[in-house]
Design a protein around this ligand. Structure first.
Ligand code: FEO
Ligand code: CA
Ligand code: CA
Ligand code: CA
Length: 639
């Protein structure tokens, strides 16, 4: 989703921007070591962008060799020369065998429950058979983050605004599992596969698990035990566990609940930004009205876990991972066998979190990990200007997280994770979106998409990790875990961190952009959102807001993460107008890249859309869709 209106009124005093940034860059030279001089020279080059028509010059040290995409913003998508991008599945396409043919003029909730949902975001690929590295056959897990009434329904239907519209929208939320297969390099869904599954949010029951499950603050009139929630909402970026399940973050859950926060949950609901819904479900369902069901919001804002290999499995909400506007749930199997999950809270001035499992992962027995995510330690990040990062535990009874502060148990700490993080002194960030760990170095990258409130009155002050006031262009940070026995230790308490890149156009001094070296006029990006690593350890960055900030298409850029071409982004794929790009996801062999095109035509309407991608059929509105990208010769994506 595009813009997260939240109100975290925390202000601190901090040194001015220039001083902070110079300190961060100077520190970087110490950290980078022998290669630092060249890097700093490149970082300091304001006129570094190149004009040459060939785009990025040649092959990077990390082997990226595609010729950079040059394409204007348009109604269609575009990919670098030598690649083809084909739509695999779009909103309304059949998922189950019971699905009827999509008719946007006569849509029903019953039809939508069997069809591919709206607003595709996170993607994860699970090879078939389970446990294999098959890159031509598998299951695709997809989140459907949210719906857009103006693009989904014709005006006469919108004008009626009945309960049915809300039901269709709820059914278009949730998740999808689809069996997919590549034949001669062309991906297709497998119709009638027993794996195919919709988890529509108007019907699917989720089991609440972990320390907050069963707590009275999670009980409602429909679920007096506080253990079963109806639906999942606003599922944004996610992750994939080593045992082959999908994790999905419930993000902007405050956009669903109506009413003035009041009573014992008032402070909690205010801290989560409840009360001004973007959706209209509250008109038809009491559970979306704070006055009727004050505990219903406490059942959303969690990470959910879904087993794509078992279509009969019960999806679970894992409360041990905290409650906030979850974006991303990047897992790392740590060297000591524990599972670490990195997570962002995507609102202005919110925090970066980490979960460390209490038990170790059993790599030989999948079933033994079924409830591994129910017990562990949740930490929140404090960034220091000297380039270190501390993980602060959010553990009931430790530090300020006591009864005196209103936390009677760990359940309270988890239900009000943000307030707990405020009290321990976490660092407010510029909207943390996706996090991703490099498969080759173990360093962790964080997309900070933007924060227009940074450094303005009422917003958080500029600091070294969020170094630009009114940051509309976004940046990427690199977190460096300590080493233990020569391996990164993702359970370590103190990390180092670096600014990886500052988004924007390096030739425009007012942007204050920084890259690792010269880039072409197509190579600069803004508003980084979703991240992915390919199997060779190159970082791929998808954007959400580049069109708004640059007039160019949102899309996908690739860069080396290490060596002389580190942080030198080059453009690979352009989304159609209005869309943000989500879900970059590689097959295990790196020869297919799946991307999710979310909200094509945003800002326009069903009857008069700015694009009718991907069908370009005058009878169809634009449809969010998943795209499979392959190289013409079948080789690894990127080179
Ligand atoms: Fe749903 Fe933070 O993007
Ligand atoms: Ca976003
Ligand atoms: Ca996102
Ligand atoms: Ca990712």
């Amino acid at each position: 989703m595009h813009d997260n209106e939240q109100i975290p009124p925390r202000t601190t005093t901090a040194p001015p921007f220039a001083e902070v940034l110079e300190r961060a860059l100077a520190r970087r030279s110490l950290l980078v070591g022998a290669g630092a001089a060249a890097l700093i020279a490149a970082l300091g080059r304001r006129g570094g962008a190149q004009d040459d028509t060939d785009g990025f010059p040649g092959t990077s040290a990390g082997g990226l060799s595609f010729r950079e995409l040059r394409a204007p913003l348009g109604r269609d998508h575009a990919v670098a020369e030598g690649y083809r991008a084909e739509v695999l599945v779009a909103w309304g396409d059949a998922v189950t065998g019971a699905a009827r043919r999509f008719d946007p003029l006569a849509q029903t909730a019953a039809a939508q429950e069997q069809q591919f949902g709206f607003g595709n975001d996170f993607l994860a690929f699970f090879p078939l058979p389970a446990g294999s590295a098959n890159s031509a056959h598998g299951l695709l897990f997809v989140n459907h983050e949210y719906t857009e009434r103006g693009l989904m329904f014709p005006p006469e239907q919108r004008a009626r605004d009945g309960a049915e519209l809300s039901e269709i929208e709820l059914a278009a939320h949730g998740c999808t599992v689809l069996e997919i297969r590549a034949v001669d390099g062309v991906w297709r869904t497998v119709p009638d596969s027993p794996y195919n599954r919709r988890l529509p949010s108007n019907r699917t029951l989720f089991e609440l698990r972990g320390p907050a499950a069963g707590h009275p603050r999670l009980a409602t009139s429909a679920d007096k035990d506080g253990r079963t929630a109806l639906g999942t909402l606003n599922n944004c970026a996610g992750g994939r566990t080593p045992w082959g399940t999908a994790l999905s973050g419930e993000e902007n859950v405050h956009k669903y609940f109506d009413g003035e926060p009041a009573g014992t949950e008032a402070a909690n609901h205010r801290r989560m930004g409840m009360g001004s819904p973007q959706f209209r479900f509250h008109r038809h369902h009491a559970r979306f009205r704070l006055a009727d069901e004050p505990n219903e919001p406490n059942r959303f804002g969690w990470v959910v876990e879904i087993d794509p290999y078992d279509p009969a499995s019960t999806p679970r909400k894992r409360t041990a991972l905290g409650r906030f506007c979850h974006e991303g749930a990047e897992t790392v199997l740590n060297q000591d066998g524990h599972l670490v999950v990195y997570m962002g809270d995507d609102s202005r001035g919110e925090y970066i979190y980490r979960f460390v499992s209490a038990a170790v992962v059993d790599t030989a027995n999948r079933a033994a990990n079924e409830h591994l995510l129910d017990e562990g330690r949740l930490d929140v990040a404090r960034f220091h200007d000297d380039g270190t990062l501390e993980w602060l535990p959010l553990v009931h009874g430790s530090g300020p997280l006591t009864e005196a502060a209103g936390f009677a148990s760990q359940a309270d700490v988890l239900i009000e994770t943000r307030r707990a993080a405020d009290l321990v002194g976490a660092t407010p960030m510029d909207r943390p979106e996706d996090l991703e760990a490099s498969p080759t170095t173990g360093r962790v990258y964080v997309a900070l998409t933007n924060n227009s409130r940074r450094g303005v009155e009422g917003g958080p002050a500029v600091d070294a990790a969020n170094p630009r006031a009114k940051n509309r262009l976004g940046h990427v940070l690199e977190l460096v875990p300590p080493e233990k026995g020569g391996q990164p230790d993702h359970g370590g308490q103190r990390y180092r961190w670096n600014v990886f890149l500052l988004g924007g156009d390096p030739v425009r001094a007012e942007h204050g952009a920084r890259y690792g070296g010269a880039i072409s006029d197509e190579g600069w990006l803004t508003c980084p959102d979703n991240l992915a690593f390919d199997p060779k350890g190159r970082l791929w960055v998808a954007t959400d807001g580049h069109e708004d900030t640059s007039g160019r298409a949102d899309g996908l850029w690739a860069t080396d993460a290490e060596g002389p071409d580190r942080a030198r982004t080059r453009r690979f794929y352009a989304a159609p107008t209005g869309a943000e790009l989500c879900g970059p996801c590689f097959t295990p062999d790196g020869t297919t890249l799946f991307v999710a095109v979310q909200h094509p035509g945003e800002g326009s309407s069903f009857e008069s859309p700015t694009t009718r991608w991907p069908d370009f059929d005058p009878k169809l509105p634009p449809r969010p869709a998943v795209v499979a990208i392959r190289r013409d010769d079948g080789g690894p994506i990127g080179g």
